[in-house]
Design a protein around this ligand. Structure first.
Ligand code: PEP
Ligand code: MG
Length: 361
């Protein structure tokens, strides 16, 4: 652990002596990773890759890719994105220096990448060498009424496998570069979002494994890696036994798991949820503290079924709840292996993990 100054450092050192839960961070830039490490994170529990796609310098190529009307067009746009994506991961692996890094493949609804307004359409049309009208027709086809329940998560990998192929290639090429450069071989943990069925994960793992063997053969070198899944849909929690036959780790995505279990939108809940807490319908805001009675039961059930199918399967949590002390107590009681919190909440998580371990003795 890095030394933290003064009494704070002493307190953290005490916490680390008694805690059982590992503490990782949700981080997707080298800067966030550095903050996380400085606060004592023991790895990255969630590297969301969508932010990289929204980068101003890349968004046109991303739009070109999603609006292409053929696999060939998508591959041409993805080829433009590969070098930067490889660099994203190489920088993160360098900062994390051999600590585990869980990288989640692209998750958000395609809808979110659509161009808005004339000038954005014109920019994409110019880059892709097609007409604006054709692009607008294609964008209209991609419009969704309920994007958060729509074309997102592994559904992107099922319909456009070339996206996940590009990301897997970027991860393995980056890992090999860092292994050669620093000697600290990264062990990427590749995470598939929004899985509901075993078959989805099988298809996605097959893509990752195929790309891994291609890259390793091209480079004459290899790294270890894991392929696992988010558990963020009630069906995934129920079918965790089957899913664990394929997935090598689980990370509970409690933001989506809460949204889909209680059927309240995580983006709009603020409008009425305070009344729900005031009137005692929920003891606490379920998007802040795990709804132990409902969502918590699904986590317990998935833990039990996942471990029965794959003893020793690594289990973590990467929703916002991973940095919430009451939820961390629940994670300790459930026996998860780690929590992952935003970088600035890592010290709180270390402390809460220690308190939970003491209370559980
Ligand atoms: C989650 O759903 O809990 C999660 C961590 O993923 P995201 O917030 O990116 O949907
Ligand atoms: Mg999610």
């Amino acid at each position: 652990q890095p030394e933290l100054a003064g009494d704070f450092g002493i307190l953290m050192a005490w916490a680390d002596k008694v805690r059982r839960l590992r503490v990782r961070a949700n981080a997707e830039t080298p800067q966030d990773c550095q903050v996380a490490r400085d606060f004592g994170a023991e790895g990255v529990g969630l590297c969301r890759t969508e932010h990289m796609f929204f980068d101003a310098a890349r968004i046109t190529a991303v739009r070109e890719m999603i609006l292409a009307d053929s696999e060939k067009g998508r591959r041409a746009a993805l080829a433009k994105l590969l070098p930067e994506q490889r660099d994203d991961f190489a920088q993160i692996f360098m900062v994390m220096a051999g600590l585990p890094v869980t990288i989640r493949l692209l998750d958000p609804p395609l809808h979110e990448f659509l161009p808005h307004g004339e000038s954005e359409f014109e920019e994409v049309a110019k880059a892709a060498g097609v007409g604006v009208e054709a692009l607008k027709r294609r964008a209209a086809e991609l419009h969704e009424f309920n994007p958060m329940l729509g074309h997102r998560g592994c559904r992107l990998g099922v319909t456009y496998p070339e996206i996940y192929e590009m990301q897997a290639r970027a991860i393995f090429e980056a890992a090999l570069i860092v292994k050669q450069r620093s000697g600290d071989a990264p062990i990427p943990e590749i995470m598939i979002p929004l899985v509901a069925t075993k078959k989805e994960l099988e298809l996605m793992k097959a893509i990752v494994d195929r790309v891994a063997s291609e890259v390793f053969a091209e480079q004459g070198a290899s790294v270890e890696y894991l392929v696992g899944t988010m558990i963020e849909l009630p069906r995934a929690a129920l079918k965790a036994g089957e899913i664990a036959e394929v997935g090598e780790f689980f990370s509970f995505g409690t933001n989506d798991l809460t949204q889909t279990t209680i059927g309240i939108s995580r983006d709009d809940a603020g409008r009425f949820l305070t009344q729900y807490v005031d009137k005692g319908i929920f003891a606490r805001d379920p998007f802040v503290s795990i709804d132990v009675e409902g969502v918590g039961q699904l986590i317990e059930l998935a833990t039990e079924r996942g471990r029965a199918a794959r003893p020793g399967i690594k289990l973590g949590i990467c929703g916002e709840h991973g940095g919430d002390p009451a939820s961390i107590t629940f994670c300790e009681q459930t026996g998860l292996d780690y929590v992952s919190a935003s970088p600035y909440r890592v010290p709180i998580a270390r402390l809460a993990a220690a308190q939970a371990a003491l209370a559980n003795k």
